[in-house]
Ligand binder design. Structure first.
Ligand code: PMP
Length: 295
């Protein structure tokens, strides 16, 4: 990995940015993170991401060693130093190093890291999430593993623990699909492995309510824009059936933006191609985040 990394107040070459093997983030997944994207030096929805980061920290009794303004400045400065046209940003805070005991009091010094990457994942050839002439509708499966319910850990906390989402990804890979949708423990649609889910019926756009999903920032942006465009946007519990019979299904995330879904668990959605409302929202959202004019 190349580039400049922010580590506990310092800007270091990526190869020199090291953390302890005793870090409780590594030993127990005891930490939180945020993912953001930037176009040049402009970070999309920076304030909302920082606010969610602080909410996750408060919920897990993690001390953020900098103020919100300092963190926002550090994110901007790391982006500036990496000097990429389109970047993907990861901010991570862990409980920090300490004796390998579950007792949180042994970790006194939290670890704060900011990573900035180009938006292409080297091992996968899926483009950089920017507008392409041909937008592909992805295929998803319904994972057998369920979304961890908020009774166990509140789904709004963006914690460094995605084990069941990773297992769901394995299921998708095994099935030759692009991603997986996880149901909650009641059997309702929760979210994809790293994205929220929407279903379109005529001019109505439905998405699962908060409860067992991450409070996605792209989800909120899409809901706002769709309402401005005079669509009816409703938060409703959805079952797999509701996805199978939708006119359009799409996913939303910081990394991917608005992603059309052409197939859910073998059922073709609409005609299998990206739907018109999905594409309309995608064009607007991608223009907003990547700094291109909205046509
Ligand atoms: N759900 C999960 C589990 C995620 O990891 C993400 C990605 N952060 C999302 C939803 C989408 O949230 P956002 O739009 O804030 O990236």
């Amino acid at each position: 990995m190349e580039g400049v990394v922010y580590l506990n107040g310092e800007y270091l070459p990526a190869k020199d940015a090291m953390i302890s093997v005793y870090d409780h983030g590594f030993l127990y997944g005891d930490g939180i993170f945020e993912s953001m994207v930037a176009a040049g030096e402009s970070v999309f929805r920076l304030e909302q991401h920082i606010d969610r980061f602080y909410r996750s920290a408060a919920a897990l009794r993690l001390h953020v060693p900098v103020t919100k303004t300092e963190l926002a400045n550090a994110v901007r400065e790391t982006v500036r130093r990496n000097n990429l046209p389109l970047s993907y940003i990861r901010v991570v805070l862990s409980r920090g190093p300490g004796y390998p005991s579950l007792d949180p009091r042994v970790s006194q010094q939290p670890t704060l890291v900011i990573l900035v990457h180009p938006r292409t994942i080297p091992e996968r050839d899926e483009g950089d999430g920017t507008e392409q002439t041909e937008v592909r509708a992805i295929t998803v499966i319904l994972a057998s593993v369920r979304r961890i319910p908020s009774e166990a850990i509140d789904a709004r906390i963006k914690a460094c623990n995605y084990i069941n989402h990773i297992l769901a990804r394995f299921e998708a890979i095994d099935a030759g699909a692009d991603d997986a949708i996880l149901l909650d423990t009641h059997g309702y649609v929760a979210e994809a492995t790293a994205a929220n889910v929407f279903a379109v019926y005529s001019e109505n756009i439905l998405t699962p309510p908060l409860g067992n999903i991450l409070e996605g920032i792209t989800r909120a942006t899409v809901m706002d824009i769709a309402r401005e465009l005079k669509y009816t946007v409703l938060e409703r519990h959805l079952t797999p059936y509701d996805l199978f019979v939708a006119d359009e299904v799409f996913l939303t995330s910081t990394f991917g933006g608005v992603i059309p879904v052409g197939k859910v668990a073998g059922r073709t959605i609409g005609n299998g191609n990206p739907g018109p409302i999905t594409l309309r929202l995608r064009t607007i959202i991608h223009a907003m985040r990547d700094g291109k004019p909205v046509s």
